[in-house]
Design a protein around this ligand. Sequence first.
Ligand code: UDX
Length: 469
Amino acid sequence: MLLTFIKYISTYDYFENQTNLKWEIKNLMNICVVGCGYVGLVTAAAFADFGNDVVALDVDKKKIKSLSSGGCPIYEPGLKELLERNRKAKRIRFTTSISSAVHKSEIIFICVATPSKRDGSTDLSQIKVAASQIAKNINNPKIIVNKSTVPIGTGELVEKVINKNLNKPALFDVVSNPEFLREGQAIRDFFEPDRIVIGSNSEIAAAKVKELYKTLKCPVISTDLYSAELIKYASNAFLATKISFINSIANICETTNANIDDIALGLGSDKRIGHDFLQAGLGFGGSCFPKDLQSLLSTSIELKDPLKIIKEVIEQNRIRVPRILNRIIKRIGLSKKPRLYGKTISVLGLAFKPNTDDLREAKSIELCNAILKEGANINTYDPIAMKKAKSILKSKKVNFCKDPYSASKNTDLAIFITEWPEFKQLDLKRLTKNMTNAIIFDGRNIYDVKEMEKLKIEYHSIGRPSYYP
Ligand code: UDX
């Protein structure tokens, strides 16, 4: 307690006496971002764009070399330009040297990966490595900010790891500042957030981090460390729950011929519910929802208070692909396994959602593997995720095509998995003309049933009546 108090006073004095002068004049900070992955790069580029001096750190030498010469290792609209602008203005640099990066910085953001372990709990090894390396290089007071999505209590763990690895006594505070960036619109989400969450047991440190965001117009929610960590999981779990909920209602629609579009409209028009995340489809994928839900469930089990609701959300999401596969088999399959033997299916869209080439936990991969298991061949197309998909779908029975029309030629059925805007513009008459059977399955409700009636194309979607010409 006394130690904490001393640390509190000293950190305060440091900022009052040494940093605040600079702060008041320039209002800018020296920032280090540990980890040049998705979150790290967006965070580093955005803070540099505010005018701060940012050094971005990664252990991957190849990545750092490429970033230093203007490359961008991930596909994210606007990120390459943002990095380039700030690199040219010398507000951002990239390095593998933690000592220089830590020495120079007042605030250090930890943005490393926190993948799932086999049992669903979170692998914090990269967080621990980052914390211990920061500790070994601390030369003056630092604020260590955790941006990675981490289970409740990780802030304390970071504090412990740092204290254990310090070469000499040093002052530091730990802050939790979770990110809420969506892939495909991460830059916009950073500059126009709904809220900023800052959790810390040190008011001074929290205020300092808050200052970094002062040009953004949104509420800042200040909490303790635990609450900030939990807000992130609760947000993602709630959004995923909305998706599994609407998909469960869509199941009822499919057996009763009710229409999920009308239901989502009626439901979302209640301001307390809202329209967002009520799009029925093949379920959620990506690098966050599946992992974060497992992690939250695992934490709740550890705490002996299992979140059964989250277990069910995961289960409802798991059955999306088997359900559509059964519908496909019912329509064109055989009664005996392999039930799609001799068929060719066109799979349109591979990315887990539009505007990204990310295939992590993508429903497309799960469905393609299930289709292959049932003996069919696949023709596939995605506007930008093909390169990555080729390294995952290695079967000779998967044929990567140059556009949706060639992918559908001579196929028995076409299924849309990702709602790419360009799919909305397709000439569906042209697409179905060269199919063996002109049957469309729409896993993301891209098209109107009425539109298909006009075109006289057999059409099956999620939670809406099927159309047979
Ligand atoms: C999510 C969170 O939104 C973001 O705040 C967090 O920081 C990271 O995780 P992201 O994974 O990029 O972002 O994608 P998001 O746009 O949230 O979509 C997640 C998944 O849900 C996608 O597979 C998407 O297709 C699916 N989804 C989304 C639906 O099935 N229906 C919907 O109505 C909305």
